[in-house]
Every structure is written in structure tokens, then in C-alpha cells.
Write a protein that binds this ligand. Structure first.
Ligand code: HEM
Ligand code: HEM
Length: 184
């Protein structure tokens, strides 16, 4: 079992980070949309946001770890696509996915801490508020959060379609490499 990345393959840690984060992000999006439509008398009115914020913070921590891991590991070379433009698009899409995750986390934290309260991480500890400018901050961050989370899900869906195209149409190892560290 290969733990770290090699020039040709993603290692176990990168693969686990990719799929665990993808699952949590999709879950956060679904819960976020349910929260958005909830009325005050719903029994989950306080429960869902509590889980959403804890898992949101988990994504923020995993994101930091993922960047450090990526930086410390050998760069995995891309599988040569048929058209060079595909490689450019893939690189842009990956960079944008990282950027959007960052924006989603920062805006989510800015909504939650607008009144000065910290964010509870699964009841273990609190992340304190860094800036607390009240209602205007919550409103602006809310709009950024709504737009950036939607953009992230749309881009991730296109990214998934591209991965499926590589697998079923081009029949190369792009998807297999993200599923097992033993390909090649
Ligand atoms: C540190 C991370 C995060 C925190 C603290 C956080 C916090 C919040 C809060 C407080 C809300 C309620 C907003 C409101 O009442 O206007 C919310 C909404 C939402 N969040 Fe997050 N969030 C985080 C990350 C994420 C991520 C990574 C996603 C995934 C895509 C996500 C998806 C959503 C969605 C879809 C909504 C509903 C937006 C709407 O339609 O208004 N959140 N989040
Ligand atoms: C919210 C969901 C997702 C996010 C945020 C996401 C994000 C990313 C990122 C940032 C990379 C680049 C990794 C790197 O080189 O540093 C990547 C690679 C990859 N992702 Fe995803 N992903 C998601 C869902 C999916 C899904 C659903 C699939 C396939 C069904 C998929 C398949 C792949 C594959 C095959 C690669 C490797 C691409 C290559 O080697 O060029 N991803 N993903």
C-alpha cells in the first residue's frame, strides 16, 4: 500500500482526503439547502446548523492538511489527454475547486461569527470570532456563501463528468488512479 504520492500515482492519504472531503462537501450542500428552507418551529432548526458548522470546520481543517500534504509530496504527473486544452482546463478546474472550498469555509465562518460568538467544533472546542461586524457582515458573508457553495457544487459536477468521460470514453486510468494507489 502506497501512503504518499509518487510521480505516477496518488497515495492512500491523497485518495482518502479526496473522497472524504467530496462526501462531506456534498452533505454540507444538501444540509445547507435544507437549513435555508427550514422554519423556526422545525425541531432541527438548531440541530442542523450545529452539525453543518462542525463539519464545515472539519472541511477547513482537512483543506489545510490537504494543501500541506500536496506541497510536501511529489507532484503526480497528469495522464496525457488527447487534446492539450483538456490538460489546461483540468488544471484550472482543480485550482478553482481549491479556491472555492477556501471561500466557502471563510464565508461560512464569517456568517457564524458575525455577532462575536465562536464556532463549536463537535462540542470539543470553539474557534473564536476574528471579525464581528454584526448584521452587515452576516448579510454579505451569507450572499458570498450561497453563491460560492453553488459554484463549488456545479464545478464539482462538471469535474465528475470529466472524470467519467476519461473512464468510459477515453478508457484511461484517470479515475482508477483516484480510487487505488496501486494503478500503473
Ligand atoms: C467553516 C465552514 C462552514 C461554516 C461555518 C458554514 C456555516 C453556514 C451557516 C451559518 C449557514 C446559514 C446561512 C444563513 O443563515 O444565511 C450556512 C448555509 C449554507 N452552507 Fe455552509 N458553512 C460552512 C461550509 C460550507 C461548505 C463547505 C458547504 C458546501 C458546499 C456549505 C454549504 C452551505 C449551503 C448550501 C448553505 C445554504 C445557503 C443558502 O441557500 O442560503 N457550507 N453555512
Ligand atoms: C465535491 C466534490 C469534489 C471535489 C471538491 C473534488 C476536488 C478535486 C481536486 C481539487 C482534485 C485535484 C487533486 C490534486 O491534484 O491536487 C481532484 C482530482 C480528481 N477528482 Fe475530484 N473532487 C470532487 C468529486 C469528484 C468525483 C465525484 C469524482 C469522480 C466520479 C472525482 C474524480 C477525480 C479524479 C479522477 C481526480 C484526479 C484527476 C487527475 O489525476 O488529473 N472527483 N478532485
Amino acid at each position: 500500500m502506497q501512503i504518499t504520492n509518487t510521480q505516477n500515482n496518488y497515495g492512500l492519504v491523497t485518495i482518502l482526503l479526496h473522497w472524504v472531503m467530496a462526501l462531506i462537501i456534498i452533505g454540507l450542500f444538501v444540509i445547507g439547502k435544507i437549513m435555508h428552507d427550514m422554519d423556526y418551529y422545525d425541531p432541527n432548526y438548531h440541530v442542523f446548523p450545529w452539525w453543518h458548522k462542525s463539519f464545515g470546520l472539519l472541511i477547513a481543517f482537512l483543506f489545510i492538511f490537504r494543501l500541506i500534504w500536496k506541497w510536501k509530496n511529489p507532484k503526480v504527473s497528469h495522464i496525457k489527454p488527447n487534446k492539450p486544452i483538456e490538460l489546461k482546463l483540468a488544471k484550472i478546474a482543480h485550482a478553482l475547486l481549491y479556491l472555492l472550498i477556501l471561500i466557502c469555509c471563510i464565508s461560512g465562518m464569517m456568517i457564524s461569527t458575525a455577532e462575536g460568538a465562536g464556532i463549536e467544533f463537535f462540542g470539543w472546542f470553539d474557534i473564536p470570532a476574528l471579525v464581528a461586524n454584526g448584521e452587515p457582515q452576516a448579510e454579505l458573508a451569507g450572499e458570498i456563501h450561497e453563491t460560492s457553495t453553488l459554484a463549488l457544487i456545479i464545478l464539482a459536477s462538471l469535474h465528475m463528468l470529466a472524470a467519467l468521460k476519461h473512464h468510459f470514453i477515453n478508457k484511461n486510468n484517470t479515475l482508477k488512479r483516484m480510487l487505488s494507489s496501486k494503478i500503473n
